[in-house]
Design a protein around this ligand. Structure first.
Ligand code: GUN
Length: 285
């Protein structure tokens, strides 16, 4: 039976580290840390995420600046706001919550954020740095996954790592971070043939495909570390991951629950990136 990886506890430890360093920066250098969070429209899931990000800012001692814009906001208006925030010295990090309404080009907005304030690490400059292993900002969810794997005491070097999902936000950067830690990495996706066979070879399996209960116990190698990035809402209103937990926990050595696994880590790593941004902008790091 697998041991549970407690994302709430690991994320609390990351936030405590950030809070301690933030207090030290304030006391010793008079430096404040600020995050601007921009939300456009009324998507309920985005609202929950943004509220959680604001709460996390308070908990670690950051200033948070929320910009809640109407659904009808034009791309030009949003780009104008991003440019104002790029120049605002109180703002160390800028986060534009995705998805944006359909009439706005997400790529144009991401490209407009100053790479120095791009705490999501979505800007092509930061994505490129992740490719070459020279990052200022780690992508939040993949970095959170790495921290969870680390918490199990697993050494990634030489291990077979399988990532299911190839999104720009999770799958692709996840593969790069595992590779950076000397994993042997395979990326699978919805069109992969012989998926079960590939998964059965995985010592470390990260699932981010966005389909409820997609990976079942019979696809998991005995003793594997299984990280479930999925967050799906079933018809009965219950949350579930991309991994069928009941069958998977019988095979894995460690497994993340949903909720309470990867979810809390994303916000903790966002806090860490915002602190890094503040330090870099102050010439400290
Ligand atoms: N929407 C879902 N996840 C994320 C994230 O990590 N960052 C932003 N900006 N939007 C999101």
């Amino acid at each position: 039976m697998a041991q549970l990886i407690d994302g709430k506890a690991v994320s609390a430890a990351v936030k405590a580290e950030v809070a301690e360093e933030t207090a030290k920066l304030r006391d010793e250098k008079g430096l404040k840390v600020g995050l601007a969070v921009v939300i456009v429209g009324n998507d309920p899931a985005s609202r929950v995420y943004v509220n959680n990000k604001k709460k996390a800012c308070e908990a670690v001692g950051f200033q948070s600046y929320e910009y809640a814009l109407d659904e009808t906001t034009t791309q030009e208006q949003l780009l104008d706001l991003v440019n104002v925030l790029n120049r605002d010295d109180r703002v160390n990090g800028i986060l534009v919550q995705l998805p944006l309404p359909k009439h706005i080009d997400e790529k144009a907005v991401i490209n407009a954020i100053s790479p120095d304030k791009d705490v999501d690490a979505f800007h092509p400059i930061n994505v490129g740095k992740i490719m070459i292993g020279e990052y200022s900002f780690l992508p939040c969810t993949p970095a959170g996954v790495m921290r969870l794997i680390e918490s199990t005491g697993t050494d990634i070097t030489g291990k077979q790592c399988v990532v299911i999902g190839r999104s720009n936000i999770v799958g692709k950067p996840q593969a790069m971070l595992l590779l950076q830690k000397n994993g042997t990495v395979t990326i699978c996706h919805s069109k992969t043939k012989n998926l079960k066979e590939i998964c059965l070879g995985a010592d470390i399996l990260v699932v981010a495909i966005g389909r409820a209960n997609f990976v079942t116990g019979d696809m998991i190698k005995e003793g594997a570390v299984v990280i479930d990035v999925g967050m799906n809402r079933l018809e009965n209103g219950k949350l579930c991951g991309d991994v069928e937990f009941e069958s998977a926990e019988k095979k894995a050595s460690f497994i993340t629950p949903v909720p309470g696994g990867v979810g809390p880590m994303t916000i903790a790593m966002l806090m860490k990136n915002t602190l890094t941004a503040a330090k870099q902008q102050a010439g400290i790091e």
